[in-house]
Design a protein around this ligand. Sequence first.
Ligand code: PLP
Length: 379
Amino acid sequence: MPIYLDYNATTPVDKRVLEVMLPYFTENFGNASSRTHSFGWLAEDAVKIARQQVAELINCLEQEIVFTSGSTEAINFAIKGVWENYQFKGKHIVTVKTEHKAVLDCCAFLEKRGAKITYLSVDREGLIDLDELKSALSSETILVAVMYANNETGVIQPIKKIADLVHANNSILLCDATQAVGKITIDVEEEHIDLMCVSAHKMYGPKGVGALYVRRKGPRVSLFPQMHGGGHERGLRSGTLNVTGIVGLGKACELAKEEMWEDAIRISKLRTKLEQLLCETENVFINGSTKHRLFNTTNITFQGIRSESLINKIPNITVALGSACTSALAQPSHVLKAMGLNDDDSFSSIRFSLGKYTTEAEINEAISLFRKLLMELKN
Ligand code: PLP
């Protein structure tokens, strides 16, 4: 069995999540919008529980959750929904060069439709400069999109400080928290986030389901729907609800709330061991802030060695070269480039992302295989 170290790409479904989902494929197969019979009511009740579970994890109201097919859809909905409803205020959007393609491609799409986009830079650590953000903001700025934690490096942005600046400017803050929700505590009230996406398959839930948090008060955010037909989700996102998926997302949120810190302590020890022992080799270094970073991720450059050739020699270890969503394209990572790495170093970098099923034995084996290979390549 290969050693799976690509949890930021996707996670296996927790068996407890699968168990609660299964009846909704078969005996409880009702449509949550069927108001006239018990099949529909059962499904509706299940969706209500899931909505509570998601809301509890991020500390918001149930009515502030809109179920989607995942983070890509939630991000599209948030950015295009703000664009269409707030254009009367201005046409300026601020984002960051290291965002996920879901954000960057939406911004590029709107740029062609007249939006003015500012792409903030990051430093060598992957962090944005708050002064640069402050000077980018204007009365025309309707939206600021900054991710919570980066999928390639795990670097965590100072969201609360960003939110303060964004709100002082009367703009809306969208936070892509796909990699952070379920791993660390996120409180949308405390951190004053207006829009935030969640994806089940990054937190031991099923693929193809997620949610967008939409703030109702202080400020109330109003989004123009992107899916029409049927008026589901209070008219914000039409389409028959994916009840099984939503039940799975809810359960994944409940488990994360209870267990995330226990997992974090164990996983961070393994991650530290992995990176420390790999970095003992010459010309091997970690990318991104080691202080402000998710506990499960490490992005390492093996200078002078193409990461592709490295992983081809160790097929038993599954890692990512760039981000999983863009790895079909043979291009250097836009995240590492924005952090100042040259193309060669970028092509020599590997993302290791650990998860709750990663064992110490697996990490020991990964370390030993990598170190052996690095020695061979050196000689
Ligand atoms: N944003 C980030 C930071 C991600 O890592 C991903 C997926 O890798 C996405 C958005 C897209 O999420 P989904 O797969 O739910 O569409």
